[in-house]
Design a protein around this ligand. Sequence first.
Ligand code: BJW
Length: 246
Amino acid sequence: MREFIERLRNARSVVVLTGSGISAESGLPTFRGVGGLWRTHRVEELASPAGFARDPELVWTWYNERNAAHRRAQPNAGHHALVALETRVPDFTLATQNVDSLHLRAGTRSLLELHGSLRVARCTRCDHERALDEHGLPPSEIEHACGGLMRPDIVWFGEPLPQATWRRAVEATERAEVILVVGTSAVVYPAAALATRYARDAFVAEINPEATAISERVGCVLRGSAAETLPRIVAELDGAADTLRV
Ligand code: BJW
């Protein structure tokens, strides 16, 4: 733990990888946990290209509900602590798997949205984009003028990540001295590989209340919630706290 704080204090380059757990304390469900999104819906009908082709209206109903929930939610102390961390690190990159825009709303500047976002809909045929408001996309507007279908601008299983975003995430990871993995089960690839395969000499720390697929491979595990642990790390960097336990 001491080593982690010292490395973080001295690091020029830091990468943070986040997943849905960082938004749990904002009231948004995770995917695979208790009450997780994928425990209550049949995933293949919703979050997949095949599911969308089968029933675009059902898929949009689900995403419109999630979009509304994202907008009702507020960034929590974990999101805000990462904004504070960014101001201290010369080369800071936050790569998130989340599509909820809470890092953006908290004020993170160097943000890579690996799985896209629910702020935008995109045509399956001509790639035309339109911004979504709090109402999402009404059923009458799913069909685009070109004959394609408007879909959420997010990455479903089997689809490639946005290439420029992914390349920037890999480059930042390769030069990182510290990698902080927060609120992800680390089972979804290629994002999880940022914490393992692409990390070179970086010190990797994990913040998660539960054990994950990478817990045994990281240098330091902080078993706690993101909204409690991240502000304590920032306070520790300030020398204002001495309260972190592994
Ligand atoms: C807290 C907390 C608190 C709770 N504080 N923490 C290698 C091996 C096997 C398979 C593959 C492989 N490489 C690729 C694949 C296939 C696939 C994959 O990874 N499958 C695995 C599941 C086996 N990957 C893909 O298909 C990817 N694409 C790809 O590889 O393309 C290749 C390609 C190249 C060229 C051409 C074509 C293709 C795409 C992956 C897209 C993932 N999309 C989703 C859905 C997004 C849309 C939506 O939101 O609806 O993204 S899946 C879902 O999982 C979502 C999440 O971003 C992602 C990660 O989940 P996350 O965030 O980790 O959530 P949970 O629930 O799993 O974990 C939450 C954690 O929080 C838990 O650990 C809790 O303990 C913790 N927690 N409270 C801190 N308060």
